[in-house]
Design a protein around this ligand. Structure first.
Ligand code: GLV
Ligand code: GLV
Length: 329
């Protein structure tokens, strides 16, 4: 009997995915429930043909050099800025991601942040936990209503589209920017208008970021962008931190240049600078956009299906460089 293929799973994922893989493969799991260090990842890669990894695992030329036998990589994430896809393609290695299964979870998280900022949920929660009960008052903790405001979607892909669709209950005009071509679903269903970036910034009351991190989107939200936004605007980022110039955002929020921000992602995902955490007009969460059991089971299952398809010579449901797959696969 042929040896069962060995899959390196760099960190524990939900059982739904592991169970699928175990039917055909032997698993090597990363140590404990933590990300692998760079050294552990490169050492683990030495013998690996198949790897299922996390968004903190850098899958770049050095990784591929350390993994001479690698035949396929499955990311446990939709975002793939951790993967050098061009390098994988040059080396003929298919790489996969997990779209769709986390779309609802992430779009709902964006809404959670919109309302938390608009209605000062975190700020007032913190006061009460500190034992402070502010007296009810006609002018205390005034926030903003969302109904009827203009929603701006930066990056009208799957998640941006889902977030926009969820606005229907709030009767919001929708504007969007980016995307290679017009988003017909958004335009037909919601009458959304596609605008150049600068006009988009001027039009939106809520700006929600859903673009992938690329050289074009890195620091797209800089001081000049904040200067164009409405002083009442709320920025929400559930995409990738470096799309926003965080120093410029901090300055804009401190100066009241925009009204507030809800951030699930950061330029550096580690304890945050006090310049940011001391601001009252922000709500911050630790990259939990896809953190629902439903989404995580879906990601585990899809990552496993991608891997199983690669190792049986089939067509993975979500391959980022299908041109390297065997013809006919
Ligand atoms: C999470 O950020 C993902 O890209 O799946
Ligand atoms: C992610 O799935 C996106 O396309 O927005």
């Amino acid at each position: 009997m042929a040896a069962r293929p060995v899959v390196l799973v760099t960190r524990m994922i939900p059982e739904a995915g592991l169970a699928l893989l175990r039917q055909r493969c032997d698993l090597r799991l990363g140590p404990d429930d933590r990300p692998m260090t760079r050294e552990e990842l490169l050492a683990g890669a030495a013998e690996a043909k198949w790897v299922l990894g996390q968004l903190v695992d850098r899958i770049d030329a050095a990784f591929f050099d350390a993994a001479p036998r690698l035949r396929g990589y499955a990311n446990y994430a939709v975002g793939f800025d951790n993967i050098d896809v061009a390098e994988a393609t040059r080396r003929g290695i298919p790489v996969c991601n997990t779209p769709d299964v986390l779309t609802v979870a992430t779009a709902e998280m964006a809404w959670a942040l919109v309302f938390a900022v608009a209605r000062r949920v975190a700020e007032t929660d913190t006061l009460l936990r500190r034992g402070i009960w502010p007296a009810w008052g006609p002018f205390t903790f005034l926030g903003q209503e969302i109904t009827g405001k203009t929603l701006g979607i930066y990056g009208p892909g799957r998640i941006g589209t889902a977030m926009a669709r969820m606005s229907r209950g709030f009767s919001m005009p929708v504007v969007y920017t980016g995307g290679r071509r017009p988003n017909e679903a958004l335009e037909k269903e919601l009458g959304a208008r596609r605008l150049p970036f600068e006009e988009f910034l001027e039009a939106a009351d809520i700006v929600s970021i859903h673009a992938p991190l690329t050289p074009e989107t890195r620091h797209a939200f800089d001081a000049a962008a904040f200067a164009r936004m409405k002083p009442t605007a709320i920025l929400v980022n559930t995409g990738r931190g470096p799309i926003v110039d965080e120093a410029a955002l901090t300055a804009a929020l401190a100066a009241g240049r925009i009204a507030g921000a809800g951030l699930d992602v950061f330029e550096v995902e580690a304890p945050l600078p006090e310049s940011l955490t001391s601001l009252q007009n922000i709500v911050i969460t630790p990259h939990i956009g896809s953190a629902t059991q439903t989404a995580r089971d879906g990601m585990a299952t899809l990552a496993a299906r991608n891997l199983l398809a690669m190792l049986t010579g089939g067509r993975p449901p979500s391959c980022l460089n299908p041109e390297v797959l065997e013809p006919g696969a």
